[in-house]
Design a protein around this ligand. Structure first.
Ligand SMILES: [Zn+2]
Length: 500
């Protein structure tokens, strides 16, 4: 049924062809003007209309009833009929992907091309599908014919892999690049077909089919055919779920959210839950890649980026785009591509995906640790080497540090409030200062020692202290202290306006 549906509704007129408008217009102009090339090259993804247009072009050229200046074939005359039934002696289709195609190219094409068309007013048209599969010697034979093309002979070479076609062949052809069919056009075409078939179907289902077919109209029509053949006139979501691969977006959204929130266990649980539910891992991988890509494009291009996904998902994509850094999205895509390309070698099916999550979050967590100093309203993006636990303790107890120094020197107590931690490890803490003369004050032996004792108390471990002038002082200090100006005011009083 599915393939039947595709053949049944193969466009018989140019006006019925879905998409590829610039190509149609050019071909029709050439038909009506009679200014034809000897060889055409149709390049593009599968299922986008290359063979359909090649046959239509050949039929139109050979139609006995076609009025001068018109481009559409009549589809009823003898040559149109034999063409539609694949019985035309003047339209020779060769699939180069088959052995016969490669082996017989010399015989089929070179010899046959010397014989004029049966239809004396028409053309002999050779359609060579998947032409990139021809052997080197076959290409050479073809090239010779293209260099000295016999009259009334037209070649239409179609390929999905143009990079495998020799440049010498390409340069002798008029080239057309076929595009994937836009979803809206696919939906429109499917809508026509269900009307002809007298089947009821929600547009939502047609949209699902269109999305799943990824611009390949043949696949879309094939899926639609399967669904119609199972239905009894009325198509339900349940029925569709039997034919269409399960819609994973919601599950993938949960997985990506776990990654965004740095929650490795949630990510791994989600993967294993899906595996237990019997989700198809290949589809899951592809959908996850596609989803992350959408998020990345949204982050770069913004809301004007038109996603292939439902509008419902646009909002989810926006949330992810705002939550992930661009560098992390690109890193995640690279890790996924890398791990998933090795998935055949894995004994445990879901292991590559699990490893991808672990690898992604390990580095994220390391970076997170390094940059956790930033508060939410911070504009500071320079990395501070300080861990969140120590940072918390220091933020909550900085006033204790200042208090402990009061007995020693009142101005030093105020001065320490103007510093903030820049880096910390087990043994050393570096405090950022605004001016070098502050460092001179704070580095005096007894003062430095008092600061170290106080900080060791606060952090509950022996710690040495160093000072540095902080180039990004204002930002970092505000991050650490909040927006309070208290410390600065006090300093101004103590140093008599020396602090600006
Ligand atoms: Zn005709």
């Amino acid at each position: 049924m599915s393939e039947v549906l595709y053949r049944k509704y193969r466009p018989k007129f140019f006006k019925e062809v879905v998409g590829q408008r610039p190509i149609k217009v050019t071909l029709e102009n050439e038909i009506s003007s009679g200014q034809l090339a000897h060889a055409y090259l149709f390049v593009g993804p599968r299922g986008t209309g290359k063979t359909t247009l090649a046959r239509l072009f050949a039929r139109s050229l050979n139609c006995l009833n076609r009025a001068q200046g018109s481009t559409e074939p009549c589809n009823t005359c003898q040559t149109c009929q034999s063409n539609l039934n694949n019985q035309s002696l003047d339209v020779i289709e060769i699939d180069a992907a088959s052995h016969t195609g490669v082996d017989n190219v010399r015989e089929n094409i070179i010899a046959n091309a010397q014989v004029p068309p049966f239809n004396q007013k028409g053309y002999k048209v050779f359609v060579i599908d998947e032409v990139h599969m021809l052997s080197k010697s076959a290409f050479n034979a073809l090239l010779k014919t293209l260099e000295e093309p016999p009259k009334q002979i037209i070649f239409i070479l179609a390929t999905t892999e143009i990079h495998k076609v020799p440049e010498t062949i390409i340069s002798r052809c008029q080239r057309f690049d076929f595009k994937k069919i836009p979803q809206a056009d696919v939906i429109k075409r499917l809508t026509e077909i269900i009307e002809w078939e007298k089947v009821q179907m929600d547009e939502n289902i047609l949209a699902q089919i269109a999305r799943r077919s990824e611009g390949c109209l043949r696949d879309a029509e094939s899926i639609l055919g399967q669904i119609i053949s199972l239905a009894n006139g009325k198509v339900t979501e349940d029925l569709v779920s039997l034919v269409l691969p399960r819609n994973n977006w919601q599950e993938i959204d949960i997985l990506l959210e776990a990654l965004r929130l740095n929650n490795l266990s949630a990510a791994l649980n989600q993967i294993n839950k899906l595996v237990e539910e019997g989700v198809d891992l290949d589809t899951l991988h592809n959908d996850l890649l596609s989803y992350v890509r959408q998020v990345m494009l949204y982050k770069i291009i913004g809301s004007e980026f038109v996603s292939d996904l439902d509008t419902n998902w646009q909002n989810n994509i926006k949330i992810h785009a705002e939550g992930f850094k661009l560098a992390d999205l690109s890193r995640l895509l690279n890790i996924l591509l890398n791990k998933l390309s090795h998935k055949q070698q894995s004994i445990i099916d879901q292991l590559p995906l699990e490893l991808a999550c672990v690898e992604f979050l390990l580095i994220s967590q390391e970076k997170q640790t390094a940059s956790n100093f930033s508060s939410p309203n911070s504009q500071n993006t320079t990395g501070l080497e300080i861990n969140p636990q120590d940072l918390d303790v220091l933020q909550n107890n900085w006033h204790k540090l200042a208090d402990s120094l009061k007995s020693l020197n009142h101005s030093v107590s105020a001065l320490i409030k103007s510093t903030h931690p820049l880096q910390i490890n087990e043994k050393v803490i570096v405090l950022g200062c605004e001016f070098s003369f502050h460092i001179e004050q704070l580095s005096k032996n007894n003062i430095k020692q008092a600061i170290e004792e106080s900080l060791s108390d606060i952090l509950a471990r022996n710690i040495a202290v160093n000072f540095e002038v902080d180039d990004d002082y204002q930002n970092k200090h505000q991050d650490f202290k909040g927006r309070s100006e208290e410390g600065i005011d006090e300093l101004v009083n103590v140093f008599g306006g020396e602090i600006v």
